[in-house]
Every structure is written in C-alpha cells, then in structure tokens.
Write a protein that binds this ligand. Structure first.
Ligand code: TXA
Ligand code: MG
Length: 343
C-alpha cells in the first residue's frame, strides 16, 4: 500500500495559496462552522467563527486544549471592537495607537460572545492582527474569528504554514492559508484593561510593554516576573506552567560560552542568541538566532529553531536566555522558560 494511503499516516491539511478563489473558499468554510489555519504576524492561528459555540468547540478538540483556557477574538478593524467587547477610553486609545498589531486587550464581553470562547468569564480577549491576509479573511467571512496558536496544546507554536500542517495532521483541520513566515514570531502581548485605571500585563509578547505605556500615558502593572531557571531545567514549582515545549529536555543558560560548547557532549545541541565569536566550521550542534543579538531577530526565529532542534534527534538541548526588561526580552524569556519547565 502506498505510504499516502496507509491508515497509519494521519491526513494532513492542505496548504492553500492566497488567491482570491482560495480566500473565498476559506471564508465559506469559516461561515459554515469549519476550521482554517491562518497566518498572523505573531504565530499561525487555528481560526473558527467566534460567534458560533459549535465552531469554536472544534478548535478545542483539534488542539487538545482544555476548556478552561479562553480564546482570543480577532477583528478586521478596531471599529468593530464594540461588537464583541465593551470598550473604555484606555482601550480606545491603545486600539488607535497599536492596532493592527501584536497586542491583545481583555475587556468586558458583549453577550453575543459564547461562553466557550471566554471559558465562562465575563471578559473577552480581542485583537486586530497586522497580517493583511488574516484581516482580509475576517472581512470576507463577515464574522470575528476566534484563534489560538495552531499547535497541539503545549507544543511549540507554529510560525510557518508547514508547521501547522505537520502539527495538526489527523485533526478536523483541512486547510491552511499560506501567508509566509511570521514576522514577529512570538504571540501577542496581552493587557487586561477590565479596570481602565489599572492596566495589567497578562502575557509578555510581540509588543514591548514600554511602547504600550507610552501610547497609554499610564503605568502597566507587571506581575512578579517568573523566576528564571538558569542552569536547571526545572523552574521554581508553581511559578510557571509548562508550555511551548520541545519533546527533548531543554536546559537554560544565561550564557553559553566557548568553554561550555567545547565541553558539551556530542549528542547534545545548543541554541545561542547571537553568533559566537568562534565556532568550528560545520558544527551542527550549534545554532544561533541572530548575527548581532537583535531581540527582534531572536523572537522571529525562536520557535522554528526550537522545532528544528527538537526534530534533530538530540539527547538534550541547551539554550541561552536574554536578560533585561526592555523590548522583546521578557517575551523571549517567558517562552524559553516555559519551554524548559518540566512536565
Ligand atoms: O498572537 C497571538 O495572540 C496568537 C495569534 C493567533 O493571534 N494567539 C494566541 O492565542 O496566542 P492562545 O490561545 O495561544 O493564547 C490565548 C491566551 C489564553 O491562554 C489566555 O491566557 C489569554 O489569551 N486569554 C484569552 N481570553 C482571556 C480572558 N478573557 N481573560 C484573560 N486571559 C485571556
Ligand atoms: Mg498558544
């Protein structure tokens, strides 16, 4: 029996190029309650009609996601915010300054948003994505789209259409809209604006908190940063939940220098933040995310590099984490720390 017909190889979703005909077809699938893999500037999403509880139930099943974890609702334009949420002046200011972009706002919800989307909460998470194809699809289907990252729950988030196809094979997902590599590479920053007087950071992400504070003219409360798991693969118990995780054990380091690399066993591999000053030609155990240490480049390549290392058959992985609280450093640190947390 040819491999493609083997009952052992799960059916993989198809990648569709963004032609007008394909976009129209995907909009119809969404309107009928189906699932579509969609590109965004942060990570690829697994989208369904946000106003249909039944359609959104399909997202939880395909991802193996617990029903207690609420979804983000995506809009084509900030003008639609009032359709799904009850805005306040702070939210309107941020929407005006930062959308479309990698920022999600948590606000009181409108009654039309089903409980399954918000996991029964009185609030809803909303964002207007910057990827033009995602917005086009929302406009074409005429509904807000609920979309978590398009990966099996707990695994590394997808930043290419092929990651989605490979990760969600064998699920109800049949189509992924091809939209290139994600330009930001980590998920959106989530700000709770339920109380407009005290905005609160819920998840560091692709938009720096300093930029949000500048746009808001207000301090954003940051929860106590997760204690870092430098030099160990187990963070302080209870401080972090495991997520974004490769299957290969991962240990974090403040710095992996030439000596550490030289001492690393042959069946282990390292992910560095920047190009090392000296590395042996053709040493496939060592990868780096940026030539110069640019946080933007590091974030963009992080998930794809973790996936590649996870597929490399290594016994153990090592990764450097950035220090500091500026720019994308907290988001990169957050993802790596969760990726290294023990199951
Ligand atoms: O960049 C992103 O945000 C991507 C793309 C696809 O837009 N989406 C994404 O979704 O990262 P997901 O499902 O992986 O993360 C959604 C998180 C939830 O885990 C939860 O922490 C938070 O958003 N969230 C959603 N609704 C919330 C609510 N009502 N209150 C508090 N947190 C909420
Ligand atoms: Mg996710």
């Amino acid at each position: 029996m040819p491999a493609a017909l083997s009952p052992l190889s799960p059916k993989r979703p198809r990648l569709l190029r963004p032609t007008p005909a394909n976009l129209g077809r995907l909009a119809t699938i969404l309107r009928r309650g189906g699932l579509v893999g969609v590109p965004s500037e942060t990570v690829y999403g697994l989208a369904a009609d946000a106003l249909s509880a039944e359609a959104c139930a399909g997202i939880f099943t395909a991802k193996g996601r617990p029903g207690t974890d609420p979804l983000i609702v995506h809009l084509a334009t900030a003008r639609d915010l009032g359709r799904v949420a009850i805005p306040n002046p702070a939210a309107l200011r941020l929407a005006e300054a930062c959308w479309p972009g990698p920022l999600t706002l948590v606000l009181p919800k409108q009654p039309c948003v089903p409980d399954i989307v918000t996991a029964g909460r009185a609030t809803v998470a909303v964002r207007v994505p910057a990827h033009p194809l995602f917005r086009k699809l929302i406009r074409l289907c005429g509904r807000p789209l609920a979309a978590p990252s398009a990966n099996p729950f707990g695994y590394i988030s997808p930043t290419t259409a092929a990651h989605v196809r490979d990760g969600l094979a064998g699920t109800a997902l049949r189509h992924v809209l091809e939209g290139g590599e994600c330009s930001v590479g980590v998920e959106s920053t989530i700000i709770d604006l339920t109380d407009a007087r005290s905005p609160r950071l819920l998840r560091p992400g692709g938009l720096a908190v300093e930029a949000i504070e500048a746009a808001l003219g207000q301090h954003v409360i940051r929860p106590r940063p997760a204690r870092l798991a430098v030099g160990t693969s187990a963070p302080a118990p209870g401080m972090l939940t495991q997520h974004y995780s490769p299957r290969t054990p991962l240990t974090l380091h403040a710095r992996i220098d030439a000596q550490k690399l030289a001492e690393m066993p042959a069946d282990e591999a390292a992910l560095l933040l920047r190009r090392p000053s000296s590395v042996k030609d053709g040493d496939i155990r060592v990868r780096w995310l940026s030539e110069t240490g640019s946080l933007v480049e590091i974030a963009r390549g992080l998930f794809a590099a973790l996936r590649a290392l996870d597929a490399g058959g290594w016994k153990h992985l090592h990764a450097e984490i950035p220090s500091g609280s500026e720019g994308l450093a907290p988001a990169i640190r957050d993802r790596l720390t969760r990726a290294a947390a023990k199951r």
